[in-house]
Design a binder for this molecule. Sequence first.
Ligand SMILES: [Zn+2]
Length: 74
Amino acid sequence: MSKPLTTAEKIKILWKFVFGRKTGVIIDCAFCAGTNITFKSSNTKEDQGQVVYYSQYVCNSCGACCENKQVWEG
Ligand SMILES: [Zn+2]
């Protein structure tokens, strides 16, 4: 027989449900480890079956800039 969930367990499950799918894309600042990051701009290039995605971010905590490049292969 299973026991009913406590409030803390329910919150934990809800938290996972709401935020779980986002954890793969959260970025943090390399300088201050802050996660208060603003997305600035992006562009995408397709080349020989690859998609290259460039984006820029700014850390709102310390002002550091990030240049991000992703190479996606299908
Ligand atoms: Zn920072």
